[in-house]
Write a protein that binds this ligand. Structure first.
Ligand code: 5AD
Ligand code: SF4
Length: 489
């Protein structure tokens, strides 16, 4: 049993042997009935409200926003991108770093103008940031224009909360601490027609010492495989070609289920669904990435040969202080094992610079690991202290300026390495999935290679949603450029 301190309302500890709570479908049906009641009310008042959903943060938040839009559509709302035209604004927030929180609060403050121009406008905040008690309190005190606030655990009852906010006299705050639930059957309004998110589990049990996620998203809970597989089948039948399985740590999928089933088994089951599609997933915790997973990825034709494997640091001392559960050596061994199964593997990572107490020598270890692995792309962050996490209490002698210098050095290395990797593709012909449009007239299409690399493409808009061959003609640090060709050269 791992125990962790939190700053949630009641000071409490987490017990990993918690019970998973699956909400019966009737509870969701009851919410849908409320959504219809809200729609009938709007109709009786002769209103056709427009809603705007603004999303910050990770793919899980993108996926949650699709659930919010699904419910809003059931409430009879149309959608807009214009905050002055919107009758309902929902901001789905992120808490992973302070920078995101500051941006969100700045944007909420700016809504004073829209609210003045449109006094009936309903402003709601949801997601990870507001699940933190100190943030909920701050919004209560300093942002009176916000009428509804709810955390990730309450999203399943959004219609009920909306009805309260629309008809009641008081502001609505639904941010109680919870281990979280598993819900099925909610409506969802998907963002695209080619790529789809598919959540397979929620929450995180790892308690990396810098991370706020386990406190705001609760304990790991897996959806039942039959629910996931049937959702994937519906997506394929509806024409989706690129499915990304989502979880904070997909490699611990199934540990809480009442049967022997792991993530590799789930990947295999989904990839057996008939039809042409690409199967991706994120995020993988290195400590739980297994040989069985790599073998399954190599064997299942539909699995993209891409792993996002956040290393966070190359220093064993820092990895220990982060509670990551692996060393630089064991990480490198996993990378070598993965590459032995998939020589064309695309490998991406997250790295935190300036964790409390990080020395020049620790940082050099990180740079060395980055050079050794040769990542295809890296997401780099300066450490941001998060209220209630153990790392926030650690002494930190490194100045912000020193952290910035390290960050810039790391970014230079990251850019050089991805630039070299991309340049090696110029002249080759690759199969890509055309997944959208670009603003750039010379390359009007966006597409992805089987391993997930972005290719800006010259070609016909009618190919969106299909697999084509692309001759790679150019590259930058971030992407490849190419043109559609008839067949493989
Ligand atoms: N400070 C900086 N970066 C963080 N991340 C998570 N928590 C923090 C923090 N407190 C980064 C990690 C993680 C990614 C999603 O965000 O690298 O993998
Ligand atoms: Fe945060 Fe670590 Fe969980 Fe990822 S695995 S969400 S970094 S606690």
């Amino acid at each position: 049993m791992i125990q962790c301190e939190t700053t949630l309302k009641k000071e409490r500890t987490y017990d990993m042997s918690y019970e998973r709570i699956e909400l019966p479908r009737e509870r969701i049906e009851a919410q849908e009935a409320i959504a219809r009641r809200v729609a009938a009310r709007f109709q009786a008042e002769g209103k056709q409200p427009l809603a705007l959903v603004d999303t910050y943060g990770c793919q899980q938040n993108e996926s949650d926003s699709e659930r919010i839009r699904g419910y809003l559509a059931e409430m009879g709302c149309g959608f807009t991108d214009d905050e002055f035209a919107a009758d309902i604004i929902v901001i789905n927030t992120c808490a992973v770093r302070e920078h995101a929180e500051q941006r969100i609060l700045g944007n909420v403050g700016a809504l004073n103008h829209t609210k003045k121009a449109k006094p009936g406008q309903l402003i709601a905040l949801c997601g990870c940031m507001v699940q933190q008690p100190h943030m909920a309190e701050r919004i209560k005190k300093s942002y009176p224009i916000v009428r509804l606030v709810f955390g990730p655990h309450e999203l399943w009852r959004f219609p009920e909360l909306m009805e309260q906010a629309l008809t009641g006299k008081k502001r609505v705050f639904a941010v109680d601490a919870s281990d979280g639930t598993v819900t099925e059957g909610e409506p969802r309004s998907r963002d695209g027609q080619v790529k789809a998110w598919l959540s397979i589990m929620y929450g995180c049990n790892n308690f990396c010492t810098y991370c706020v996620v386990p406190y705001v998203r609760g304990r790991e809970r897996s959806r039942r495989p039959e629910e996931i597989v049937s959702e994937a089948r519906r997506l394929v039948e509806a024409g989706y070609k690129d499915i990304t399985l989502l979880g904070q740590n997909v490699n611990s999928y199934g540990k809480d289920l009442d049967r022997e089933m792991d993530f590799a088994d789930l990947l295999r089951q989904i990839s057996e669904i008939p039809g042409r599609f690409v199967l991706r997933f994120m995020t993988s915790h290195p400590k739980d990435a297994t040989e069985k997973l790599f073998r399954t990825m190599a064997e299942c034709e539909k699995c993209a040969h891409h792993i996002h494997l956040p290393v966070q640091s190359g220093s064993d001392r820092i990895l220990k202080a982060m509670n990551r559960g692996y060393t630089a050596k064991s990480y490198l061994e996993k990378v070598a094992l993965a590459r032995s199964y998939m020589p064309d593997l695309c490998l991406t990572t997250d790295i935190i610079v300036g964790f409390p107490g990080e020395t020049e020598a620790d940082f050099d270890d990180t740079l060395r690991l980055v050079e050794t692995v040769g990542y295809d792309s890296m997401f780099t962050f300066i450490y941001s202290p998060r209220v209630g996490t153990p790392a926030a209490k650690l002494p930190d002698g490194v100045t912000r300026a020193e952290k910035q210098v390290r960050f810039d050095r790391l970014l230079d290395a990251a850019n050089r390495i991805s630039g070299e990797k991309h340049a090696a593709f110029v002249g080759r012909t690759l199969e890509v999935l055309v997944d959208g449009e670009n603003r750039d007239e010379s390359y009007p299409l966006t597409s992805r290679t089987g391993t997930g690399r972005l290719v800006h493409l010259r070609g016909d808009r009618e190919t969106i949603g299909s697999f084509v061959h692309a001759k790679i003609t150019g590259s930058t640090t971030w992407a490849l450029f190419g043109e559609t060709v008839q067949e493989e050269a």
